[in-house]
Design a protein around this ligand. Sequence first.
Ligand SMILES: Nc1nc2c(c(=O)[nH]1)N[C@H]1C(S)=C(S)[C@@H](COP(=O)(O)OP(=O)(O)OC[C@H]3O[C@@H](n4cnc5c(N)ncnc54)[C@H](O)[C@@H]3O)O[C@H]1N2
Ligand code: MOO
Length: 603
Amino acid sequence: MSVPFSNPLPVPVLGFCAYSGTGKTTLLKQLIPELNRRGLRLAVIKHAHHNFDVDIPGKDSYEMRKAGARQMLVASHVRWALMTEDAVDGDPKLDHLLKQIEADKVDIVLVEGFKKLTLPKIELHRAAHGKPFIHEQDDNIVAIACCDDTNTPAELKRLDLNNVGQIADFVVEYQQNWQQPAAELPIQLPQALDSDNAYQQGLSVAQGITYVLDSINATSNSELCSLDELDNRVLATDVISPVNVPQQTNSAMDGYAFAYDSVSQTPLKVVGEVFAGHEYGQTLNAGEAVRIMTGAPVPAGADTIMPRELTKEENGELSLLEAKSIKAGQHVRLAGEDIAKDAVALKAGTRMSAAEVGLMASLGLSQAQVSKAPTIAVFSTGDEVSQPGDALKPNCIYDSNRYTIKTMAKRLGCKVIDLGIIEDNEDALMQTLTQASEQADIVISSGGVSVGNADYIKTALAKLGAINFWRINMRPGRPLAVGKLNNATFFGLPGNPVAVMVSFLQFVQPAVRKLAGEKNWQPTFLPAVADENLRSREGRTEFLRGIYHVGNDGQLHVKSTGAQGSGMLNSMVQGNCLIVIGEQPKSVAAGNTVFIQPFADVL
Ligand SMILES: Nc1nc2c(c(=O)[nH]1)N[C@H]1C(S)=C(S)[C@@H](COP(=O)(O)OP(=O)(O)OC[C@H]3O[C@@H](n4cnc5c(N)ncnc54)[C@H](O)[C@@H]3O)O[C@H]1N2
Ligand code: MOO
């Protein structure tokens, strides 16, 4: 039976496996110096099956450990050793041990033992021992080192067990060709949709997003907006720079401008002064310098700037301190080095923000063509749902969903039509839905998409459009309706308030961004260390509300907000991110890495 292993290090890990008596340790003792000669820096991990001790009774470190120190680090000027009391049931965990290695100090980790792990390994085999092949049971064998009399499959790399140099060459090649696998995000897009299966088994989140994106076309309508209206709008056309930025070659420092070739002629003669917004109208001669301010144009004949603090001017003569370190062209900003005239300064599909608006202004442009902002119509359903501000009737709840949806939609630059709370009555719903689909690009409702029976929304939708009622393998936000209502896209989000927000972020957000013409947007996934065990179920993507912070180790750390009921809106208030655990892991143990989606973009 193989045990899953994933390498946590940015360097390769290569195992050596064999039945006992094959000579693993003997080979490794010969291989290590061969690899050192080839310039490879090695770490070695060995699995010992007995209760070993590396310390010597009587030594201080031994005595202190025996006195009860769980970790004992003994260090001298040549080496240090960390001994940890870490009794576990079964084998020690290789990924945990590997995390103790200083990966920047080694090129590869060789591992002896741990043969059950799905770890790339070289099998050592001696036919004379009459033992079975390991590679017949283990797909992770990358090569077999054996003797002449052994038959091996043609597709398996064969090495000579008695030729240590050849094995060393193989290890070097393995190390050089190894590539760190790309991080596997919990939601991988796009994902093909098998609709027959989807109805029975539900859709993965990635399938749901792919389906939504496939059914949305970017708008072709656009309008001209002034600089002050551009924030959060999406460019419909490329912005072409009408000018060089900077317009002229200028100084990046307050100091002196001169020709680099004049450095040998110091002291230089100071012949003038130039301020930003002005120019020194003449050409500098060899041996001359001008006093220059940051942003002022570099005069003709000069190509190098010396900051004022590295100079001394006396009676019109300029000495250069540290003259030897001067580089030709230093502290000069060349015309067009930021953006050249006629170059694309901003691409169509860019969502405008402070930097983009500022850049447009820096080009002297006062307006841009942007895609028409999507219009979203939103309503709520359910007899129990009441309008905030009204008295709350018995057994009712206030409508929070319409307000979270409207707020998120506005953050995404949408115009919003609020259709209020629609009573659970088919005629009223039909009328509202028809009206909404004429006015809006996207119509969103919340509630009524699960299996409850007081839901007229399903019958009304079925009459007016083509709507799929999906079950998404996620929590929260399992039920989701998506489809067309005339020309508008319809989203029926689940009623539970947290499910509404999570479904909006995962499915409506990509749709809005695509509709608005935004290109190259990807959901953010940041790795963070889990500060506690996080529960999840295999086959379902879990969106836990989390709180992340930067730990003392400089890495992001995250913990959950606590109770995770999908009606607990307060968990979204307490949290600053979603912790996203994909379909594979059953749960994540404290200390392992998970992916988070910070709320910063939309909430
Ligand atoms: N037998 C089953 N029951 C449920 C299932 C299921 O698969 N089988 N799924 C559960 C899940 S998961 C969710 S989520 C909910 C979603 O159901 P609906 O979309 O039909 O939503 P409702 O039943 O109308 O409401 C659920 C919940 O949310 C509250 N709600 C509704 N609208 C609002 C609003 N505008 N503002 C605030 N809160 C709202 C409502 O009062 C309910 O408490 O179904 C589970 N059941
Ligand atoms: O979507 Mo529901 O909120 O999973 O409980």
